[in-house]
Design a protein. Structure first.
Length: 375
């Protein structure tokens, strides 16, 4: 997507083909800093410490990390050990394992001398495919936004760029920064905006790491999409007052039965949407579906992060210094689950690269029939 008119991806290989560049997302929105990852250890750190984050992007970064590991040790043992180390960086998003499995499957049959180059090429394919898939998600999701725009503006004669905006609430950052490009939840939004359909986005701040405030607001603003930041607790109130036409969120792992695991707080938005008759859509690449899991609540591992993310805040002082402050008494301890599970019954639809379906085993099987046979 564009930053002030210039197209960017969130990860890109160095020209010599031995390292990758990333945007250090811990520095946003205050500073746009890019970093070069040259070793598998650096790739693992970037994922664990959330310089890169978002399910598809951590998969892409891990794929490059594995290619770097194979340049050092292309043996079967080296491959298995590096894949295990990268997989252990974050537990919830299934794309991480998916990408590592894809690279492993493509290099394992090859002689050791060919593995690093093949892994590098596969990581590039994973990135290019992510861009295409997210673009397709956007095309499908756009139909939902168009329908609402048409309904809201019926008889009002709103032309291109005019009329009542479609108000979309989103949680966390499922934007281009969370993927290689386009984003998942944001892809329909960007495509509607680019098509001249008026959209307005309610951005949940997404405590404790504030991915909404720091990342979603930043990228929407840079692309010129109308938006407003709200505290996480505001969504229900906005819905009660008719100020939200639809919710679109992303997901870190979706079960074969349509349960959706996403950033902590997503479940509460789904409950509020359900109570207020607001459609609640989840946008996802099929690499986010864990076909081996059918009960999201019991089977998906939920990442527990440091309580310090809850008890402290980091931001920019008025004179431009980054500062971390405590917001609790020093003895207060915090629990910090990073994700929650929204049961399929609260999800209006899943927006995938193959189209839109019900959040159910049958819905997913209608789009991915080859998977029904496999599971
Ligand atoms: O902890 P994060 O920032 O990696 O969490 C990201 C999310 O929860 C996103 O909504 C999800 O990965 C979907 S990204 C397209």
């Amino acid at each position: 997507m564009k930053i002030d008119g210039v197209a960017h991806r969130s990860i890109w290989p160095a020209e010599h083909g031995r390292s990758v560049h990333i945007i250090d997302q811990t520095q946003l929105p205050h500073r746009f800093v890019t970093t070069e990852l040259t070793t598998p250890e650096a790739a693992a750190t970037a994922i664990r410490d959330m310089w890169v984050r978002g399910a598809p992007l951590i998969g892409a970064t891990a794929a490059y990390g594995l290619a770097m590991a194979l340049a050092r040790d292309p043996s079967d043992a080296g491959l298995a050990q590096a894949a295990a180390q990268l997989a252990a960086t974050r537990p919830t998003a299934i794309n991480l394992r998916w990408a590592l499995d894809a690279v492993t499957a493509s290099v394992a049959p090859l002689p050791e001398s060919a593995r690093a180059a093949a892994a590098w090429a596969k990581a590039g394919e994973i990135c290019d495919e992510d861009v295409e898939v997210n673009h397709a998600i956007g095309r499908h999701g756009l139909t939902l936004i168009r329908e609402i725009a048409a309904r809201k503006n019926q008889g009002k004669g709103g032309g291109k760029g005019g009329g009542e905006p479609v108000n979309i609430l989103t949680h966390c950052n499922a934007g281009w920064l969370a993927t290689v490009d386009w984003g998942t939840a944001t892809s329909p939004i960007y495509q509607a905006h680019d098509a001249g359909i008026p959209v307005h986005v309610w951005v949940d701040e997404t405590r404790p790491r504030n991915q909404g405030a720091g990342l979603t607001a930043w990228e929407l603003g840079r692309h010129g999409v109308s938006h407003r930041l709200v505290v996480d607790n505001a969504g229900g109130h906005l819905m009660q007052h008719g100020l939200v036409d639809m919710v679109i969120v992303g997901t870190d792992r979706t079960t074969a039965t349509g349960d959706v695991c996403n950033k902590i707080g997503t479940y509460l938005k789904a409950l509020a949407a359900h109570d207020n008759g607001v459609p609640f859509h989840v946008a996802l690449p099929s690499s986010t579906i864990d076909w081996t899991v059918s009960d999201g609540l019991r089977e998906i591992p939920i990442e527990e992060r440091s309580g310090r993310e809850v008890t402290h805040l980091t931001g920019l002082t008025e004179d431009g210094r980054s500062e971390t402050i405590a917001i609790t008494p020093p003895t207060t301890e915090a629990t910090n689950p990073a994700f929650d599970v929204t049961p399929a019954r609260l999800v209006t639809s899943l927006i995938t690269e193959r189209g839109i379906c019900a959040a159910s085993a049958d819905g997913l099987a209608s789009l991915f029939p080859e998977r029904r046979a496999a599971s």
